[in-house]
Write a protein that binds this ligand. Structure first.
Ligand SMILES: [Zn+2]
Length: 245
């Protein structure tokens, strides 16, 4: 059943109420609405717990999409109780983890501004994220870190603009990633815009992001690896440079 995905309109929503609409054979839970982000576009799905009326908790190991992007399946961790269809629950996202993912995900967008090359892959993580670029240039990681931190310090606004799938199809040039599919299939696509009037960047993306670049905090490029002749893998970590082994 299609879910009302509240996280699409409010990235900062960490808790909400919901009613169980379906239980899958493997224990996966569908709800009428959710604030849990489901794995997609390189960002891992949320973890957390569902609170039952008696106060007991159902711990969630992961959140993923079902047969379509409008289906969200909340997967309980091993050995958790199963709720009943029609049961009302209070959802609690593991907020410290999600907030780190939002900061990291936004950092990946900033990196694509500093390195304006086609993106061939990306994976957002709570401790480290990686972005692969189709580029041959050699680039100094400390220089990239300095440019990233400049964008963070300038505290640009980060916000969404919605366009239709058709508008995106008519403007393929706005997609930077070569093999990560933009979030089409829901009729509307969110453009993640950075800076007033998208002065810094705008990019189709269905993930969750912070609302000002300053929230990204201290980050740095830990490593730039050569992955083939025309591929460079950038690893972003929190903290100041030099923590690496
Ligand atoms: Zn994004």
């Amino acid at each position: 059943m299609p879910v009302n995905a509240l996280y699409r309109d409010d990235f900062y929503l960490s808790t909400c109420e919901a009613v169980v609409t379906a239980i899958h054979e493997d224990g996966g839970i569908e709800l009428d609405q959710t604030c849990f982000y489901a794995t997609s576009g390189g960002q891992p799905g949320d973890t957390g717990f569902l609170e039952r009326a008696d106060g007991s908790k159902i711990t969630l190991g992961q959140t993923k999409h079902g047969s379509g992007k409008d289906i969200v399946i909340h997967v309980p961790a091993e050995g958790q109780a199963s709720p009943d269809i029609g049961e009302k629950l209070v959802l609690h996202v593991d907020w410290p983890r999600r907030y780190k993912l939002m900061r990291m995900h936004t950092a990946c967008h900033l990196l694509s501004v500093v390195c304006p090359f086609p993106i061939t892959g990306a994976a957002v993580g709570e401790d480290e994220s990686r972005v692969d670029f189709d580029m041959t240039d050699t680039i100094d990681k400390d220089e990239v870190t300095a440019k990233l931190m400049e964008l963070v310090a300038e505290n640009h606004p980060v916000y969404l603009q919605w366009i239709t799938d058709e508008e995106l199809a008519a403007n393929p040039g706005i997609v930077k990633s070569k093999n990560v599919r933009p979030p089409i299939g829901l009729g509307r696509v969110s453009l993640v815009c950075i800076g007033e009037d998208s002065a810094i960047d705008s990019q189709p993306c269905g993930g969750t992001h912070v609302s000002e670049t300053q929230e990204v905090g201290q980050i740095h490029i830990a490593k730039i690896e050569k992955k083939g002749k025309e591929n460079r893998r950038f690893r972003i970590r929190f903290g100041v440079p030099g923590d690496e082994a």
